[in-house]
Design a protein around this ligand. Structure first.
Ligand code: F6R
Length: 593
């Protein structure tokens, strides 16, 4: 995934493009570049971060320009592979997010026609195709070029001497921010918040023609109207607000995120949400997601099976695409923070082809997932900038709790207790956050290890997976999440005094079995850190150290345990001096399969 930006207005484009690119850097950060025009096109790009590019680049003159921050797919990160890419004449510059699947064939044909390529990227065919079809009308040339292209794209085209930008999207997000005598095109909302809160979401197949005073959208050669939306996120939401990293800020925002996400429902006396996927004679539920969202899906399975007493499957969206099964009387739920994960979008389309109704749970208004789904419930996490998902996961859990309580088969008394428990969660999460210093101190030594296991059972098994994912992605320590009962079926072979184990111990029907597992681990000499509820006297006798979390109903234990493990991962990565918000090789949303 990459971030793209385009500016046209009555100000110098360079500083605005660089500022927007800084805000888009979470989408990819192995190289970046900009192109600006004031007559001819000037390009400056390199395999560096935006900060470095800003420091070293000369002043470029022009009030229209495009920019790109890259997450390499075709060709290594290098100056020549960085965007923008140019045609032979150097008059047409393009930035692109997505994958052109037939680029080899197009490159071969264009080479035969005399076009000269210098990069290994798929993107470079786009300016050359536009050059081939250009006969004085840029938007027509773009339209014709797009007919030759297979794959996914969000792209912006800049042409020397043309007072406009042309943008197009297919299966990759693109928005247009409406300003005062200026307009900005971007991959995502956080990029433009410094300039405007008015946006248009382009749809697949749209071509936008943007000048400093106007925006036209065309589709299959005909003008279409796209509604203007007002963004509720503020600039502050997308800034660090004094925290050293976005991740730490986002961890600390979780009490608010819980309140905001539950906000519109929690006042109601009883949870009542009408879900199309749950109507009719539904006999089972399938939840699909990737990465951290998949861990939310797994927690959702445990919540639903307990409260609804129906079979629930949680599956990886990427693997669902290879399943040959047919689904009968199954309600489908797709969980995706960004709403743009390629594997998820493919799985959702497959579900719809199978005749399933799909509910999307996403954080991004107007995202592709919300367009495909039959119904969408938005989480209210606000913009999540750090690559590692934290508050968006929390918001997903809240939606799952609330939705499932709406359909709960438990008795009235239990339901009242659950609603009360849910209302107390912001306060409980705050208590974990207040314990931050102790968690930081208690886990300092973890940064010296190279392998760590996380174990849990029942509803905390997914939290063991999530704890391990958080630790590995930001600290680069190899971490494995494991169902505690599975340890002795293989992973035991890796236990030693050099392999710490972090055990999540909940006060539910898994408790005794967890204590047994902890004893087994200790017998193999592994250092053991337990995550346990306050007041658990037994655990202190067994574990080498204990991180305590506040008492909550066991069904909500994933919430407090997750926050403690996020802090553990954060401080371990910090001790190791890792680039926490932008871990190597990763990007915030994965828009390629
Ligand atoms: C991990 C992380 C990823 C995402 C995954 C799915 O911290 O952020 O594993 O959870 O790429 O992304 P969404 O939820 O946008 O579909």
């Amino acid at each position: 995934m990459c971030g793209i930006i385009g500016y046209i207005g009555d100000k110098q484009a360079q500083p605005i493009l660089l500022n927007c690119l800084r805000r888009l850097e979470y989408r990819g950060y192995d190289s970046c570049g900009i192109a600006v025009t004031a007559g001819s096109i000037e390009v400056y790009k390199d395999a560096v971060r935006v900060e470095e590019l800003t420091r070293v680049m000369p002043k470029l003159d022009g009030m229209a320009g495009i920019g790109h921050t890259r997450w390499a797919t075709h060709g290594e990160p290098s100056q020549v592979n960085a965007h923008p890419h140019l045609d032979c004449s150097g008059n047409i510059a393009v930035v692109h997010n997505g994958v052109i699947s037939n680029f080899q064939l197009l490159k071969q044909q264009l080479t035969g026609e005399g076009h000269n390529f210098i990069s290994q990227t798929d993107t470079e065919v786009i300016p050359h195709l536009i050059e081939k079809y250009y006969d004085g009308n840029l938007e027509k040339a773009v339209e014709t070029a797009l007919r030759d292209i297979e794959g996914s794209y969000a792209l912006i085209v800049l042409m020397a001497g043309e007072p406009k930008l042309v943008a197009a999207r297919k299966d990759s997000p693109l928005i247009i921010g409406i300003g005062d005598r200026e307009n900005i095109i971007a991959s995502d909302v956080p990029a433009i918040l410094d300039y405007t809160d008015r946006v248009i979401y382009l749809e697949d197949g749209d071509i936008g023609i943007i000048t400093k005073d106007g925006i036209r959208v065309r589709r299959h050669g005909t003008k279409v109207n796209r509604k203007e939306h007002k963004i509720s996120w503020s600039v502050d939401d997308a800034q660090k607000a004094g925290y050293e990293h976005f991740m730490l800020k986002e961890i600390h925002e979780q009490p608010k995120v819980i309140r905001d996400t539950l906000g519109e429902y929690i006042q109601a006396a009883e949870p009542v949400v009408d879900l199309a996927v749950m109507r009719g004679d539904i006999e089972s539920v399938l939840i699909l997601a990737c990465g951290t969202s998949y861990h939310a899906a797994l927690v959702g399975k445990y919540i639903m099976e307990e409260l609804l007493r129906i079979p629930v499957r949680a599956e990886l969206a990427s693997e669902f695409n290879y399943c040959a099964q047919t689904l009968a009387r199954t309600g489908a739920i797709a969980i995706t923070q960004s709403g743009e994960t390629a594997d998820m979008l493919k799985a959702m389309k497959k579900l719809k082809d199978m005749g399933c109704l799909v509910l999307a749970i996403t954080n991004v208004v107007g995202s592709s997932a919300s367009r495909i789904a039959n119904q969408t419930i938005y989480t209210r996490a606000g913009p999540e900038i750090s690559v590692a998902a934290t508050k968006s996961f929390m918001a997903q859990l809240m939606v799952l709790y609330w939705l499932m309580m709406s359909y709960s088969k438990v008795d009235a008394r239990r339901l009242t207790d659950l609603i009360m428990g849910l209302r107390q969660l912001p306060e409980k999460v705050q208590q974990v956050l207040d314990n931050e210093d102790k968690i930081m101190e208690g886990t300092k030594h973890l940064s010296g290890y190279e392998n760590v296991f996380f174990i849990g059972r029942g509803i905390n098994f997914p939290i063991a997976l999530e704890g391990a994912l958080k630790l590995k992605e930001i600290s680069y320590i190899h971490a494995e999440g494991c169902a505690a009962g599975e340890l002795k079926h293989g992973p035991f072979a890796l236990l030693s005094e050099n392999t710490p184990v972090i055990a999540i111990v909940a006060q539910d029907n898994t408790y005794e079995a967890m204590l047994t597992n902890i004893r087994e681990v200790k017998a193999r000499g592994s250092p053991l850190i337990a995550l346990a509820e306050e007041g658990d006297g037994a655990i202190g006798q067994l574990a080498d150290s204990v991180i305590t979390v506040p008492k909550v109903d066991a069904i909500f234990s994933p919430v407090v345990n997750t926050v403690a493990l996020q802090l553990l991962a954060y401080y371990t990565a910090k001790h190791r001096g890792c680039p926490i918000d932008t871990p190597r090789n990763l990007a915030k949303s994965v828009t390629v399969e």
